[in-house]
Each structure stands twice: as structure tokens, then as C-alpha cells.
Design a protein around this ligand. Structure first.
Ligand SMILES: *Cc1c(COP(=O)(O)O)cnc(C)c1O
Length: 340
């Protein structure tokens, strides 16, 4: 039994999801005539109380499109040093939008309104790049699945309003934060200009992300998506998986969070673990005490037991729980850890 905990993206469609995909009504989405894609976009827009939504093949493309909508070449955006848009999107911010990032040294991937305020370049000082956008991430990936305090997000919104900055949320794992914090998607819709959400992470879809915003923004996003090569034809087969996941796989994320906490409890009792970061959702980030063994050795030892986890660099290891990580696997993994 292979236990794959490298990411929540490793899941395969469930039978119910496959059935929904196979019976999807499809059309050519480049002509906007795929009824299932249109239904998914409508559904997600309504969830966030936004005018419109657009389906994307990846979260990266959805984020990159959002950034493109809000910036001009030469501009600067503000984000945390751990941000996915900065670390894991191949430098797309500069490649696609000609934009630089002002990095903030936040806490587990989260920044404060005060820090944002201090990072804005004075708009009249033409020597510096023009600050035009603030990007935040919820939950934070490199920050260990941490969830934001909505009050801080509101304060940042005020800073954005005062300084005429756009506000984008990378919500790849926003669903995890919503169920964990019992928050409402509508509240997020009112806060942000645009939000990207992933269907292919905790929700268990094979492919797909969605960007939400105003009608005008999504009209422009359609053009940007085309430029990025993201126009797909009978994408309704994929959108059907998304609709199925939104109806069936959101509440169950709490099970992933519970399992993550249980793994964290076992890890924190092991002598050779130096530190386990606080666990709020489905991501566990921890460090091995190098007096006992290196991180590499630990990863190798688990590999011998047919368990996969990943090294995040800087001595940090990551485990992510997900839909395909069953109770049986969970019990087996906890035993492996206790007896390693
Ligand atoms: C996974 C992820 C994305 C998008 O990734 P894709 O692999 O392109 O779908 C964006 N932001 C965060 C925080 C992520 O974890």
C-alpha cells in the first residue's frame, strides 16, 4: 500500500466524480457554448457573490491572469516572502505581467495591514515602481496551511482602498480555511477584487481552477486566458468534476484536518523531531533534529515503508493529507511513525 502524502494534488477522481464527468453535457468552451463549464462558472460566481467567473486549467494560470488584470508592466505588487505567486509560478509575475514583487517578512505566510502600508511606494515618486496590487494567500501553502484572521484581511482592504490598490486572493486552498474557520465565501467575495480557487487540491478534481471577479474583469480575463493558451474546448468533462466536488467534497475537508492534527501529535512526541509548526488545516510542516538524522534520511526511511513526503528546503519537511488518504492508510502511517 503506497501512502502518498506529498500533496493534496495526487488524488484521483472518485467513482461518483467519474460518473458525473462521463455523463457531462459538453460543447466548445472557446465559443463559450459548453453548458457544464458555464454552469460551473455560474455556481462559483454565486458562491462568492461575484458577477462572473472563469474556468482555468491551473491555479497558476488563474493567479497569473488575476495579476495581469490589475497591473501594467513596470508596476509592483506586494506579497509575503512565502507567496506561491512569487516562489512557485516560475517567475510568471515578471514574465507575464512585467511586474516585480515587494516581499514582506510575514508570519507563516501572512502579513499585516501595517506592513502593507509600509511597503507601498509613494505614487508621485516616479523613481520607484508604482505599487498597484496586494496579493494574499489563504490558506498559506509554504506557511503550513495557516488560516488568516478575516479582521486583518479587512484592514488590508482598507489600506488598498485608501491607496487605490487592487486586492487579489490566491485561494488555492480557501475551501480548507472556510470549513475550518466556519467562514462564508460571500464575505471573501466582498473583500477581494479577484479570487482564484483550486478544484484540484483538497476538492479532489483531476484538473481545474476558477477565477472570480466583476463581469468586466472576467471579460478581460477571457482574453488573457486565450493569450496564455488556456482556452479549452470540451472542458465540460472537467467542469463536471468541479461541480461534483463543490457539492460533495467541501465539508469532508474537516476529516483531512483531523488526520493532519493526529499526525502532528505523533510527530511532536518523537525525539528526533525538532519542531512541528502549528497545524490548522491539512498541511504539516516540521523539522528533523539533525543530531539524530538528516531530513533526507527521514524521507528515505519513509520511502522504504512505501510512504512519500516532500522536502520543502531549508530543513523543512511537508506532509499533506487529502481525499485519497484513507483511514486504513492513516492508521498504518501513524504506526510506521511510532516504530521508525
Ligand atoms: C497549488 C497552488 C496554486 C496553483 O497551482 P497549480 O498547480 O498551478 O494549480 C496556487 N497557489 C497556491 C497557494 C497553491 O498551493
Amino acid at each position: 500500500m503506497h501512502i502518498n502524502l506529498i500533496s493534496d494534488t495526487v488524488t484521483k477522481p472518485t467513482q461518483g466524480m467519474l460518473d458525473a464527468m462521463m455523463s457531462a453535457k459538453v460543447g466548445d468552451d472557446v465559443f463559450k457554448t459548453d453548458p457544464t463549464v458555464n454552469a460551473l462558472e455560474e455556481k462559483v460566481a454565486v458562491m462568492f457573490g461575484k458577477e462572473a467567473a472563469l474556468f482555468f486549467p491551473s491555479g497558476t494560470m488563474a493567479n497569473q491572469t488575476g495579476i495581469k488584470l490589475h497591473t501594467q508592466p513596470g508596476d509592483q505588487l506586494i506579497c509575503d516572502k512565502y507567496a506561491h505567486i512569487y516562489n512557485y509560478e516560475g517567475g510568471g509575475v515578471s514574465f507575464n505581467s512585467g511586474v516585480s514583487c515587494k516581499l514582506i517578512d510575514g508570519d507563516r505566510g501572512m502579513i499585516t495591514a501595517k506592513q502593507v502600508e509600509g511597503a507601498i511606494n509613494p505614487p508621485d515618486f516616479y523613481h520607484s515602481p508604482l505599487t498597484s496590487l496586494v496579493c494574499v494567500e489563504n490558506t498559506t501553502n509554504k506557511g503550513g496551511g495557516a488560516c488568516w484572521d478575516v479582521e486583518e484581511l479587512k484592514k488590508i482592504k482598507e489600506v488598498c482602498n485608501t491607496n487605490q490598490l487592487a486586492y487579489h486572493l490566491d485561494g488555492a486552498r480557501l475551501w480548507n480555511a472556510l470549513v475550518e474557520k466556519k467562514e462564508n465565501a460571500l464575505a471573501y467575495g466582498t473583500l477581494f477584487d479577484t479570487i482564484s480557487v483550486c478544484l484540484s487540491k483538497g476538492l479532489g478534481c483531476p484538473v481545474g481552477s476558477v477565477l472570480v471577479g466583476s463581469k468586466e474583469q472576467m471579460q478581460q480575463a477571457l482574453r488573457v486566458r486565450k493569450i496564455f493558451g488556456g482556452g479549452m474546448r470540451q472542458a465540460g468533462f472537467l467542469a463536471a468534476a468541479g461541480i461534483y466536488a463543490l457539492d460533495n467534497h467541501i465539508e469532508r475537508l474537516l476529516e483531512d484536518h483531523q488526520k493532519a492534527r493526529e499526525i502532528g501529535e505523533v510527530l511532536s512526541k518523537l525525539t528526533y523531531i525538532k519542531q512541528v509548526e502549528p497545524i490548522e488545516t491539512n498541511i504539516i510542516i516540521f523539522e528533523i533534529d539533525e543530531k539524530f538524522m538528516t531530513g533526507d534520511t527521514f524521507v528515505e526511511k519513509l520511502k522504504e515503508k512505501d510512504v512519500s513526503i516532500i522536502d520543502m528546503g531549508q530543513g523543512k519537511l511537508r506532509i499533506v493529507t487529502h481525499l485519497d488518504y484513507t483511514d486504513t492508510m492513516h492508521n498504518a502511517f501513524l504506526n510506521i511513525l511510532k516504530n521508525l
